[in-house]
Design a protein around this ligand. Structure first.
Ligand code: HEM
Length: 251
């Protein structure tokens, strides 16, 4: 069966939620850029707070928005084959990995340049676990599902584990993003160190804006999970694994 013949008819509710997820993802990126760019002074790569500002932008863009979209690719009824869908999924996730590594080095460099200890907070623990599991999952997925020599029985065994791990990592990304936003607000809006900002407890405009970013991230995550967990929206062809040679599926 070709991919075109297999094109699924999905209900309006699917498209409504999918468009909503695209809008929410876009808003998450706009909000995090505006927060870092406007209230936190912009961007640089010099070990200062301005270097740190890349961290939230790159982490939300890669591990929340790009990751969510890479997962949703399997539900969107494009007229492409399963093989191309897998390649797009792996490619988008590879871009997400690279951006997240740059985002992590922004935070690590900033800590080193300012003699701040590494990996002390709950946020940094969940964050480093997210990225480590993500890279591990990507490598195993590449070896098992894209390279031609992995046996069919192994693919079939791994598939539910891969899907479960993928969702767990996405949930971890949401948790890391929310805890990061909270950590940043508590550290920055403390009314100390000669900072000319109002304290977090006074709920200044920056806090309202950053809290709203957290809410947007959360709603985006719930919409993605709602789409992914709906059994009726799964593409039946994508549910079966095949051990055909690498390029045989690429029609
Ligand atoms: C999935 C997303 C995220 C991951 C995986 C992540 C990961 C990390 C890691 C591993 C560190 C430790 C760096 C070090 O110890 O040198 C860190 C630090 C930090 N991150 Fe994130 N982060 C994420 C999102 C965010 C967001 C959205 C913010 C919001 C501003 C943020 C704010 C912070 C802050 C303030 C620190 C320094 C204080 C601390 O170590 O907790 N993070 N992050």
């Amino acid at each position: 069966m070709t991919a075109t013949e297999n094109k699924m008819l999905l209900p309006v509710s699917f498209y409504a939620l999918y468009i909503l997820s695209m809008c929410l993802g876009f808003l998450c990126v706009v909000f995090v850029c505006l927060w870092s760019g406007t209230w936190r002074g912009g961007f640089a790569w010099d070990g200062s707070f301005l270097q740190f500002n890349w961290h939230p932008v790159l982490m939300v863009t890669s591990l929340v928005v790009l990751y969510g979209n890479a997962v949703l690719l399997y539900r969107v009824p494009f007229t492409w084959s399963r093989w191309w869908c897998k390649v797009a999924h792996a490619g988008l996730l590879l871009v997400a990995i690279m951006l997240s590594l740059v985002g992590l080095s922004a935070a690590f460099d900033f800590h080193s340049a300012n003699n701040i200890p590494h990996l002390y907070s709950l946020h940094s623990w969940t964050g480093i676990s997210t990225v480590t599991l993500f890279i591990f999952q990507w490598c195993v997925g590449l070896g098992a599902f894209l390279l031609p020599w992995s046996p069919m029985t192994f693919r079939a065994f791994l598939k539910p584990i891969h899907a479960w791990m993928g969702m767990a990592i996405f949930v971890l990304s949401l948790i890391s993003s929310l805890s990061g936003i909270n950590q940043k607000l508590l550290l920055t809006l403390n009314g100390r160190n000669g900072s000319n900002t109002e304290p977090y407890t006074a709920l200044p405009t920056e806090a309202v804006f950053a809290n709203s970013l957290g809410v947007l991230v959360l709603i985006f995550g719930f919409v993605v999970l709602k789409i992914i967990l709906n059994q009726e929206w799964k593409n039946p062809e994508f549910e079966q694994e095949s051990n055909r040679p690498l390029l045989a599926d690429a029609r």
